[in-house]
Design a binder for this molecule. Structure first.
Ligand code: ACM
Ligand code: ZN
Length: 507
């Protein structure tokens, strides 16, 4: 790497970068040279650079002309990896797959000086991600966000080489996905009577609130994400965080009646009845519709924060425990998740859930998303099962980012400064033998205290940029001062993209 002054403002930082003399000028004559069969991948790369420069950048199969961007597939690089060489006479970009080409193009885009200029410094980059799962989560249950905002979020994720969008679609406070077989989920469950005032957990605002996504919108978001090499992981919460579903279909709860879509934040006692077979008929038919929309391998079923109060007092739940020989309600929750895991695996899908799915025994084949610290993920990996690390110590982007809380917009609590996000290591505490079981990591954006898209962006960026670097690079390659230096060049790019980021250089 060169001195700070000539370090290109790349985020995440590539594995290796060597500056070379000179520059390459993208011009109106520059073409994107592509092998037959790779036109779709090349088009995606050209589109990115076209949007950044305003240049035509047509595709061609003719490699003879100079001054080109040459894309090629090579077998000597890993999945998602790329090699990029910028020379005065042209650019070459090699990758093993379309994702690698796309990441190389995102790097090229970050090398452009911005403001419509198109001079790129000469250099050689060899780059590959450290982790396979580079995720960002968004809770659309507590607050609902427009489809346009979701697309913008996916664009920003792609800019930072994230590849998993965890879409938290059901909550106590709102069910957000159209399910054709169960229309009341969105007729009733998508709407709550009122919402706590910003920063005040106790006072409700008296204004009805809600919204949902049609299946057609969800499908088009899947496609939009796929074009950016992002897989969407849908989350349908069970057995807890289900109060909006129970308001829609009260027979699915232990009490059988009297539910409303929850208005306050916090944890609800009202959960799906684990003793009623109709609950599984419901969940299976919902999951069939979900699987038909989302082709990815993983289906997230929540599993967190499920109080056992109702189950303890419910004759059906207690009868189920006796029938199945379950010793306590934790084993009942484990039985519940195992049953759903078996269902998903019959359809070739994999269940992922929050670390509470470990309690009472982890379902075989289940992947644990570790949020209450890293312990759950460490336990899963040590037991030979897969884990995604999203510990609240490093990955909870709803926590305060500045020490002076009084001058910040109200947040849920906690403290997670930019520097700590950059220090995140999904493999910390994992024995080397078990490293392959850690798929990667993820940032979580819970939105109780984020009523607007602007507020979501303020909490997400630039901490998610630091997280992107933590998931892409090795801990030994990270340095906060160096990151800050690059961030000074990167923030103007985010500003041009209309992102309402929190500026860490002002107070
Ligand atoms: C969680 O934060 N309840 C997963
Ligand atoms: Zn029950």
């Amino acid at each position: 790497m060169g001195t700070a002054a000539d370090t290109p403002a790349l985020v995440p930082q590539p594995q290796s970068l060597r500056r070379e003399p000179g520059v390459f000028e993208l011009t109106a004559e520059t073409r994107v040279c592509v092998q037959t069969g790779q036109e779709v991948a090349a088009q995606a790369c050209a589109d990115l650079l076209r949007a950044a420069t305003g240049l035509p950048l047509p595709l061609t199969n003719d490699e003879s002309a100079g001054n080109n961007l040459n894309l090629s597939l090579a077998t000597d690089v890993a999945a998602e990896a790329y090699r990029l060489k910028v020379a005065p006479s042209g650019i070459s970009l090699h990758a093993a797959d379309a994702a690698g080409l796309y990441y190389g193009a995102q790097t090229l885009r970050q090398l452009l000086p911005g403001e419509g200029r198109s001079t790129i410094p000469c250099l050689s980059i060899e780059d590959a991600p450290r982790h396979r799962w580079r995720g960002l989560h968004l809770d659309v249950g507590r607050h609902f966000f427009s489809f346009a905002f979701l697309r913008k979020t996916l664009d920003l994720m792609a800019l930072h080489k994230f590849n998993r969008f965890h879409w938290h679609l059901s909550e106590d406070q709102g069910w957000r996905l159209e399910i054709k077989g169960w229309p009341r989920l969105t007729e009733v469950g998508a709407w709550r009577a009122e919402t706590p005032l910003p920063g005040d957990r106790h006072t409700l605002d008296g204004r009805p609130y809600g919204g949902f996504y049609s299946q057609e919108e969800a499908r088009s978001l899947v496609e939009y994400a796929r074009a950016r090499h992002i897989t969407i992981i849908p989350e349908i919460e069970m057995p807890g965080h289900a109060q909006a579903a129970l308001a829609s279909y009260p027979e699915l709860g232990c009490l059988g009646e009297g539910y409303e879509v929850r208005c306050h934040w916090g944890i609800s006692d009202e959960v799906f009845c684990a003793g009623n077979d109709a609950v599984f008929d419901f969940l299976e038919s919902v999951l069939l519709e979900v699987m038909a929309i989302f082709p990815g391998e993983y289906i997230h079923v929540g599993g967190d924060e499920c109080p056992k109060t109702r189950w303890q007092a419910c004759p059906k739940c207690q009868a189920r425990m006796r029938r199945e020989g379950l010793l306590d309600e934790h084993e009942l929750q484990s039985w519940f998740i195992r049953r759903i895991e078996g269902f998903l695996s019959r359809y070739g899908r994999r269940l992922i859930g929050w670390d509470e799915i470990l309690e009472g025994g982890l379902a075989p084949g289940a992947t644990v998303m570790s949020w209450r610290g890293s312990e759950g993920g460490i336990a899963a990996a040590s037991a030979g099962q897969d884990a995604v690390m999203s510990p609240n110590t490093h990955c909870y982007l709803d926590y305060y980012q500045r020490e002076d809380e009084a001058s910040e917009p109200p947040a849920i609590g906690g403290y997670l400064p930019l520097e700590r996000v950059l220090e995140f290591d999904p493999l910390a505490g994992i024995a080397p033998d078990h490293h392959p079981h850690v798929l990667g990591g993820q940032g979580n954006v819970w939105t109780e205290f984020m009523p607007t898209a602007d507020q979501v962006e303020y909490m997400t960026w630039p901490r998610a940029a630091a997280l992107a670097e933590a998931l892409w690079t090795a801990p030994s390659a990270r340095d906060f001062a160096d990151f800050q230096q690059r961030l000074r060049g990167h923030l103007p790019r985010l500003r041009r993209l209309g992102v309402n980021y929190c500026d860490p250089f002002s107070d």
